[in-house]
Design a protein around this ligand. Structure first.
Ligand code: DAH
Length: 340
């Protein structure tokens, strides 16, 4: 029987040498060490041995089994490692190959102007608010102290849905909403789309953008208005910019002013872009909030004063991007927009 066990081991070793895969190894295991394998076959004859010889033989048989199992484990580990290495070689990725260049987009120039302004005002302590594009006539005109016969109320100027609702013609109604909601003191800006029945030309569009601002507090003066607006315009166009405040009329402010800034192209010397005046005209309207407007929103004008302003974002963007035609901002021509 010892002979048989020795032969079994030699046979096993001989066959093991030719094994090249895990599945072959499995088969070999079954053939020699399985339930119906060669070792079991030999051990069946144990019964024929004497009582003395049986435990000795049992011990030897166990040793052989352990040796074979250990061999199998070692070969199995080697094979698994080899298979993994081959797989890794096949699946090798060359991370040094150049990647396909990605096509990154960017914000639309109008959105860039809006975000820049909002960030700037936020840094000066203003809330950034949103307002609806469909407004009530009350918020868009009545509470803003607009006389019944004011031309901006005319059907030829404003898009009405019915007698009480319209597409807002300015962002000023957001002032009204803000004062009604938050009361005084308040510092807010709100940017967004506005609508008027303008014919399209190089500088007009029936849809355009404004940013509205409002500050209400105690002891607010025209000086606060001027320093705020000068700071913002200098931040946008550079410190060498100068401003000019001209008297104007808006129903919701008293006094009312319009602001010009030195031309961004010639810095005030005079060039084709500014019609040789040296000034960028009508950048924005502003003024001290009319006492009626404060009263309409439940704020006592004897206690609180305020200033307000409205800027055309499309105009600012045209100056910033050196564009002379407002339509370019709305055409969505990728070739044009990619320049910025
Ligand atoms: N809403 C005015 C417009 O569309 C702009 C404006 C002027 C807004 C003066 C203001 C302001 O808040 O105080 O022409």
């Amino acid at each position: 029987m010892i002979e048989e066990l020795k032969k079994l081991k030699d046979d096993f070793m001989a066959e093991l040498e030719n094994i090249t895969s895990i599945s072959e190894l499995e088969n070999l295991k079954v053939k020699f060490l399985g339930k119906k394998g060669k070792l079991t076959e030999i051990l069946k004859n144990m019964g024929k041995l004497s009582a003395e010889e049986r435990p000795k033989m049992g011990k030897i048989a166990n040793e052989v089994r352990d040796i074979l199992n250990a061999e199998v484990d070692e070969i199995e580990n080697n094979l698994r490692e080899k298979e993994l290495n081959e797989k890794m070689k096949e699946e090798y990725i060359d991370i040094t190959l150049p990647i396909k260049s990605a096509n990154y987009g960017h914000l639309h120039p109008l959105k860039e102007t809006i975000y820049e302004l909002e960030e700037l005002f936020e840094s000066m302590g203003f809330m950034v608010l949103d307002g609806p594009e469909i407004e009530t006539v009350e918020n868009n005109f009545d509470l803003l102290n607009t006389p019944d016969d004011h031309p901006s109320r005319d059907l030829t100027d404003t898009f009405y849905f019915d007698e009480t609702h319209l597409l807002r013609s300015q962002t000023s109604p957001v002032q009204i909403r803000a004062m009604k909601k938050y009361g005084a003191p308040i510092k807010m800006v709100s940017a967004g789309r506005t609508f008027r029945t303008d014919e399209v030309d190089d500088t007009h569009s029936p849809m355009f953008h404004q940013i509205e601002g409002l500050v209400v507090d105690k002891n607010i003066t025209l000086g606060n208005l001027k320093s705020t607006i000068d700071t913002v315009l200098k931040r946008l166009f550079g410190d060498e910019l100068e401003t000019r405040y001209r008297p104007h009329y808006f129903p919701f402010t008293e006094p009312s002013l319009e602001v010009d800034a030195t031309c961004a192209f010639c810095k005030g010397k005079g060039c084709e872009k500014c019609n040789h005046t040296g000034w960028s005209m009508e950048l924005m309207g502003c003024g001290m909030v009319h006492p009626n407007v404060l009263r309409n929103c439940g704020i006592d004008p004897e206690v609180y004063q305020g200033f307000a302003f409205g800027m055309g974002i499309d105009r600012l963007t045209m100056v910033r991007c050196e564009i002379n035609n407002i339509r370019l901002l709305y055409d969505n021509d990728k070739k044009f927009l990619e320049q910025f």
